[in-house]
Design a protein around this ligand. Structure first.
Ligand SMILES: NC(=O)c1ccc[n+]([C@@H]2O[C@H](COP(=O)([O-])OP(=O)(O)OC[C@H]3O[C@@H](n4cnc5c(N)ncnc54)[C@H](O)[C@@H]3O)[C@@H](O)[C@H]2O)c1
Ligand SMILES: CC(C)[C@H](C(=O)O)[C@@H](O)C(=O)O
Ligand SMILES: [Mg+2]
Length: 371
């Protein structure tokens, strides 16, 4: 299979984790004779430094011409003082909006070997396997006007805007995903206060009629944030608007033990997708070989699955990550008393070794069984 992949490393630890992701994909392509070509584009602060814009036309064109996009992270203190119109984060938001990537899937799994890395009790998290479906191209992030007004700029305006079709398409996606999983959909909103949430609820209830095999419940976001760390195993698929999804997914990441573990897929209706870890550019550890590359690596597995239909290859990456964690290897963000702490590049190499080992064993088995 020939695929063109746009690679947008971004800022901070972005390039470090991206380097690992590309190396893992090269290992996969070597094992399976796929041809993956990787073309780099600038985004975020790196792009501002280069041409004054967080999302250059050339990057957008590259993404449009590619079969899938990988993104590291954007932002950092270096660009914090610049005016908000040229913030690095605008590059990422612009890319999501321009490409119409409305459904952001953020799976959260309590990995057995990391159960003691979580600050939550073992019995609270041991069976957790949930999926947050976050609406990604609407809500407060994109409402206009967003500005400061008045002579002394003493009035600030941010608006929360949703068209009904924007809610329908992401809710529909969440129902379809719930159908393929355990059949439980929790819609999270703030319908006791926000009109947009009341419309959200109406849409969910209307679409629910098409999916009688999915059990639906509504939860207010404040309560949901509590339930997420009180009884997280109750959740299968959570569907929610943009900002709530952003906040709840960082919270949920601690079930896995670290924000560095969470992958994500941002999809539209066709197969094109953007794959990025949930974490940011982590300026506090950037350039020190300390970053956990697994959220980024697991995002490549989501890319293989969703954009290329390569389920087997995706599974091999996920199995390799599990094997490495089972052997006790982990980066410093995971608070584990036992095990072996390694740096970013060593962790990547361990995953690649596990992939190659897996393929060597299956090669021996094939020769043995087929003669
Ligand atoms: N998708 C993105 O590009 C994205 C996401 C979130 C934040 N950001 C940006 O990143 C910058 C920093 O934001 P922040 O500090 O609030 O959030 P962050 O996610 O960058 O970091 C939060 C904490 O988690 C740690 N952490 C995050 N990822 C890690 C990893 N892979 N391995 C080990 N530790 C990890 C960091 O060291 C830090 O202590 C900001 O400019 C923000 O806008 C970008
Ligand atoms: C960097 C920022 C704009 C982004 C968001 O809020 O969507 C990030 O926090 C995320 O979760 O992808
Ligand atoms: Mg976030």
């Amino acid at each position: 299979m020939n695929k063109r992949i746009a690679v947008l490393p971004g800022d901070g630890i972005g390039p470090e984790v991206m380097n690992g992701a590309v190396r893992v994909l090269q290992a996969i392509s070597d094992c399976f004779d796929h041809e993956f070509s990787f073309e780099e584009g600038l985004i975020g602060g790196a792009a501002i430094d280069d041409c004054g814009q967080p999302l250059p036309e050339s990057t957008l064109a590259l993404c449009r011409e590619s079969d899938a996009i990988l993104l590291g992270a954007v932002g950092g203190p270096k660009w914090d003082s610049t005016s908000h119109a040229v913030r690095p984060e605008q590059g990422l938001l612009g890319l999501r909006k321009e490409l119409g990537l409305f459904a952001n899937l953020r799976p959260v799994t309590a990995y057995e070997p990391l159960i003691h890395a979580s600050t939550l009790k073992k019995e609270v998290i041991e069976n957790v396997d949930l999926l947050i479906v976050r609406e990604l191209t609407g809500g407060l992030y994109f409402g206009k006007p967003s500005e400061r007004r008045g002579e002394n700029k003493e009035l600030v305006v941010d608006t929360l805007v949703y068209n009904v079709y924007e809610i329908e398409r992401v809710v529909e996606k969440a129902f379809q995903l719930a159908q393929k999983r355990r059949g439980i959909l929790t819609s999270v909103d703030k319908a006791n206060v926000l009109e947009s949430s009341r419309m959200w609820r109406e849409v969910v209830n209307r679409i629910a009629k098409k999916y009688p095999d999915v059990t639906v419940n509504h939860m207010l976001v404040d309560s949901a944030s509590m339930q997420l760390i009180y009884r997280p195993e109750q959740f299968d698929v959570i569907v929610t608007e943009n900002l709530f999804g952003d906040i709840l997914s960082d919270e949920a990441s601690m079930i896995t033990g670290s924000l560095g573990m969470l992958p994500s897929a941002s999809l539209r209706s066709d197969l094109v997708g953007l794959y990025e870890p949930v974490h940011g550019s982590a300026p506090d550890i950037a350039g020190e070989n300390l970053a956990n590359p697994l959220g980024m690596i697991l995002s490549t597995a989501l890319m293989l699955k969703f954009s290329f239909g390569l389920d087997k290859e995706a599974h091999i990456i996920e199995e390799a990550v599990m094997k490495v964690l089972n052997e006790g290897y982990h980066t410093g963000d995971l608070n584990l008393q036992h095990g072996k702490q390694v740096g970013t590049t060593e962790m990547v190499q361990k995953v690649i070794d596990a992939i190659n080992e897996n393929q060597a064993i299956s090669g021996i088995l094939t020769t043995y069984i087929c003669g």
